[in-house]
Design a protein around this ligand. Structure first.
Ligand code: PLP
Length: 412
């Protein structure tokens, strides 16, 4: 029991009984406006009737049929449907269950395909919590501490983060690209570098978008040296940023795309996508897992795609995201401790700094807790926990945005 109460203390103390759209209800029937969406997962809202029906129907047909022995229809149909939304050329897909597993799949693929050992990652990146994924993660020491030695062959180069040192985006980008060249000269020579791994928007690292010039710079260096460009779209995919993929904002062209979270409205599913030629370079038997491409999860993913298309959720994310950004900016304008409102679409963060300009995780956490007391669920992120983020389901309506902004204003 002691352990359970500790877990409850770490979160909000709320025990939910059911969810509907952007709302969660606890066991006493109290309603919460959920602007966390299970960490950006339940994009179609909690228990969307289409997703529920698809999953229920599939549960009654077949729950698990392993694809190394037999195929099932949801997997085949999903593979076809994904080719309609994936960037052109990346039509070969491999499924697993979580973002971390998909990152590991991308790691195996790029190392095997190039025969090179090193991966260059970018400061503030978060790629998961398995040992390999944590080795690639630099968004906070807590994700790496206490279980070293981590995987070797990982080199870290700066992300173009204009917020941290108060730079312009151009200054941050110049710095990041120059440092990348320096990293390639001094730490990880091109002939030893299998891949660049980067998020289009730093997620756990504090909701900092990359930019077109930086990603084009990675592409150029990747092409020049035979390095593969892996985009981690685990948090930014499926409409979250107001475009289907984060890369769509930046005209970026990855060799491998990693996706999870919003893919199946809460059922465990993740995938990597690459060209058939590249995917064929994975060593036989090296990719796989008992539960990957679960039939119910694939059926839920198909329903998720239907809902996203029919309810125009990508456009809704862009439109409601604009409204939310204006409302959060209005709150920030009244409070000196919020120094930045940033992000894309419905992936928005509020940066808290103290009077000396230092990242202020304590005040951010206090604001988050005050919001929860008022019925608004939010998460923090950033290396110091200094960013309070808003990631509601993409079905969010203007009235929900207004209500959330009002509660946030009170909480701050
Ligand atoms: N990559 C990114 C960008 C993420 O945001 C996350 C999780 O938050 C992961 C990878 C790891 O995903 P999972 O927690 O499903 O293992």
């Amino acid at each position: 029991m002691a352990e359970l109460s500790q877990i409850l203390k770490q979160a909000t103390g709320v025990v939910v009984e059911r969810g509907e759209g952007v709302h969660l209800f606890d066991e006493d029937g109290r309603r919460f406006l959920d602007f966390t969406a299970g960490i950006g997962v339940t994009s179609t809202g909690h228990c969307h009737p289409r997703v529920v029906a698809a999953a229920q129907e599939q549960v009654a047909k077949v729950i698990h049929a392993q694809y190394t022995t037999v195929m099932h229809r949801p997997l085949l149909t999903l593979t076809e449907r994904l080719s309609e939304v994936l960037p052109s050329g990346l039509e070969r897909v491999f499924f697993s269950n979580s973002g971390s597993e998909a990152i590991e799949a991308a790691l195996r693929l790029t190392r095997q395909a190039t025969g090179r050992p090193n991966i260059i990652v970018f400061h503030g990146g978060f790629h998961g919590r398995t040992v390999a994924a944590a080795s690639l993660t630099t968004s906070g020491t807590k994700f790496r501490a206490g279980f070293s030695p981590l995987m070797s062959g990982v080199h870290v180069s700066p992300f173009p983060d204009p917020t941290h040192f108060g730079w312009t985006q151009d200054e941050a980008t110049d710095f990041a690209l120059k440092q990348l060249d320096y990293t390639l000269q001094t730490m990880s020579s091109p002939q030893d570098t299998a891949a660049f791994l980067v998020e289009p928007v730093l997620g756990e690292g504090g909701y900092v978008p990359a930019n077109e010039r930086f990603l084009a710079g990675l592409r150029e260096r990747a092409d020049k040296h035979g390095i593969l460009l892996v985009l981690d779209e685990v948090q930014t995919g499926w409409g979250r940023t107001g475009k289907f993929w984060g890369l769509d904002h930046f005209n970026a062209k990855p060799d491998v795309l990693v996706t999870a979270k919003g893919i199946a409205s809460g059922f465990p599913l993740s995938a990597i996508a690459a060209s058939p030629e590249l995917m064929a370079k994975a060593w036989p038997g090296s990719q796989g897992g008992t539960y990957g491409a679960n039939a119910v999860a694939c059926a839920a993913a198909l329903a998720t795609l239907d809902v996203i298309e029919e309810e125009k959720l990508v456009q809704n994310a862009a439109d409601r995201g604009d409204e939310l950004r204006s409302a959060l900016s209005a709150v920030a304008a009244k409070h000196d401790q919020i120094t930045d409102v940033r992000g894309l679409g419905l992936m928005l963060g509020n940066e808290f700094r103290d009077a000396d300009g230092n990242p202020d995780g304590a005040t951010a956490a206090a604001a988050q807790q005050e919001a929860a007391k008022r019925g608004l669920l939010l998460l923090t992120c950033g290396a110091w926990g200094q960013v309070v983020r808003f990631i509601p389901a993409l079905v969010v309506e203007t009235a929900n945005v207004d209500e959330a902004a009002g509660l946030w204003g009170e909480a701050v």
